[in-house]
Design a protein around this ligand. Structure first.
Ligand code: HEM
Length: 513
């Protein structure tokens, strides 16, 4: 009996060892030889992580991982990496970036991220949709982001910024320390909730408002699986992982449908994103700015569904609130550390506000220094630290000898490029003059990618900039910021978050001017 069971144990151990050796050999000689067999330079992978181990152990964020790889291998135009066993191609050469993002966009028009409209309707949004469906919706929605449409939404941004100012004023009168990141997230939550869902959620006064709570929940890192599902979107389908927590989905679907029904039943017309989405649902196109109905046959009148509308309102919220609030937060942080620059920026703002009477859409354009400061903020802290694309049709990548085949995953290391000392000397230095006309002209246009590039760039760029600048104008025209006692200098970024965000918040002391 004893002899039998020890044979069994030995056999079992032998099978396990043989299995482990076979898997190891397969990974090493098959999976992880993908790049070497195609003569593409690749850092040595760690089995079974490939190159993603520092992210899974929270030593580096995903943006920092690709920054490290770019910095070390940037003399090569393309670099092969593995996210676990999944090959991804990093593009390090700026001309090649232009080729992928713009010139040959039809070969790279997808992101290759999870999207399953049937089981998760909110996942069918512009950011993740592939192919013809993306093109259809991007064409439908582009007219909703023109400057004249954004101008119509300006009063909402301005009114919300007044409320922001009142809240900060109470703190400034006693020279209190405030946590800027959360405050700004509440400001942009209120703006987006109003323009995309028609809801006055007032998270500025009520930090626990449901909209804000749902935002926190959606952006809370989903432990363990985030890196895996980014590398293998198929896991969503296999294991029924949803990309959005169920209660977040129910909340947004409900809020959107209720708002649409209320406006249509009561004939309410407000000049905001929701109104434009309603036009796309009921008419199939948005009115021209001159408000004349288009001639029959001159526009595509194919309507969008309620679910498609809800998914876009959702992505405007996801794409709009954290990006803008992080931008304002990082900017105030840098200005708190550099009082001279803060005074210079405030002086321009105060002078222009006196000239225009108040903050207006036009007054923002009269603040070139503020624009440089915001540009440098987005250079040093690109909220989206990598871009990604998927090759949708085989094509040779010029100057590399490599043919990208359908399905090849592409990564653009934005953080690495923005911190490249050959492009931006002393990259850790905050210097808005990098964005004066002369310096911009000297740089490659693809050396600056905070909003991406090409036909699939950020559709909300104008709105994001307006919202961020109005927040800054309100803050800097009335208040002075200095570092708070617990401020991390330099900022420590949250390694678990895809977007660039300060781990411990940004605490600044605020005083009246
Ligand atoms: C400072 C603010 C913002 C930053 C830094 C930012 C950044 C980005 C970046 C880097 C991308 C990817 C572009 C690419 O792959 O080439 C993107 C895509 C997108 N953004 Fe923004 N964004 C901001 C504000 C907004 C706002 C306010 C909205 C909506 C109201 C928005 C909606 C979107 C959407 C829908 C996409 C996907 C576009 C597509 O694939 O067609 N973003 N954004």
């Amino acid at each position: 009996m004893v002899v039998h069971s020890s044979y069994f144990l030995l056999e079992f151990a032998g099978i396990i060892i043989a299995l482990v050796i076979s898997v190891y050999a397969y990974l090493k000689y098959v999976s992880f030889s993908y790049w070497s067999s195609r003569n593409v330079i690749s850092p040595k992978p760690i089995i079974p992580f490939g190159h993603i181990k520092p992210v899974t152990t929270r030593k580096r964020s995903i943006g920092e991982l690709f920054q490290d790889i770019y910095s070390e291998y940037k003399k090569h135009p393309i670099i092969g990496v593995y996210l676990f066993t999944r090959p991804n191609l990093v593009i390090a050469d700026l001309d090649l970036l232009r080729f992928v993002l713009t010139k040959e966009f039809p070969h790279f028009h997808d992101r290759g991220v999870y999207c399953d409209e049937k089981t998760e309707p909110l996942s069918g949004h512009l950011f993740s949709l592939p192919g013809a469906k993306w093109r259809f919706l991007r064409n439908k929605f582009s007219p909703t982001f023109t400057s004249s449409k954004i101008k119509q939404m300006f009063p909402t941004v301005k009114e919300t910024s007044n409320r922001l100012s009142l809240i900060v004023e109470k703190k400034a009168q006693n020279s209190e320390v405030i946590e800027i990141k959360d405050l700004m997230a509440r400001f942009s939550t209120d703006v987006i909730a109003s323009v995309a869902f028609g809801i006055d959620c007032n998270s500025l006064e009520n930090p626990d408002a449901e909209f804000r709570a749902m935002g926190r929940k959606f952006f809370a890192p989903r432990k363990g699986i985030a890196g895996l599902v980014f590398a293998f979107p198929i896991l969503h389908k296999l294991f029924k992982f949803t990309s959005i927590p169920e209660d977040v989905t129910n909340f947004f679907m409900g809020a959107f449908k209720e708002a649409v029904e209320y406006r249509t039943a009561n004939n309410v017309v407000r000049r905001d994103f929701l109104d434009l989405v309603i036009q796309l649902i009921y008419k199939g196109y948005v009115h021209n700015d001159d408000e004349k109905a288009p001639l029959p046959g001159t526009v595509d009148e194919q309507k969008i569904t309620m679910d498609e509308g809800a998914a876009q309102a959702f992505v405007f919220w996801v794409g709009g609130f954290d990006t803008s609030s992080s931008t304002v937060t990082h900017c105030l942080y840098e200005l708190a550390l550099n009082q001279e620059l803060q005074e210079k920026t405030a002086a321009e703002i105060i002078r222009v506000l006196e000239e225009y009477g108040d903050v207006t859409y036009e007054s923002i354009r009269a603040m070139p220094h503020l624009h440089k400061v915001v540009s440098e903020t987005l250079r040093k802290y690109p909220v989206v630290p990598i871009l990604n694309r998927e090759c949708t049709e085989d094509i040779d990548l010029p100057g590399t000898g490599f043919r990208a085949t359908k399905g090849t995953k592409i990564i653009v290391p934005v953080l690495g490029i923005h911190w490249d000392p050959d492009l931006y000397p002393e990259p850790e230095k905050f210097d808005p003059e990098r964005f004066n006309e002369e310096n911009i002209a000297k740089r490659h246009p693809y050396a600056y990618l905070p909003f991406g590039e090409g036909p699939r760039n950020c559709i909300g760029m104008r709105f994001g900039l307006v919202q961020s600048k109005v927040g800054l104008i309100r803050m800097l025209s009335k208040f002075r910021f200095t570092p708070g006692p617990n401020l991390d200098v330099p900022l420590i970024m949250d390694k678990a978050n895809f977007v660039q965000m300060a781990l411990n918040g940004v605490t600044l002391r605020v005083q009246m001017r």
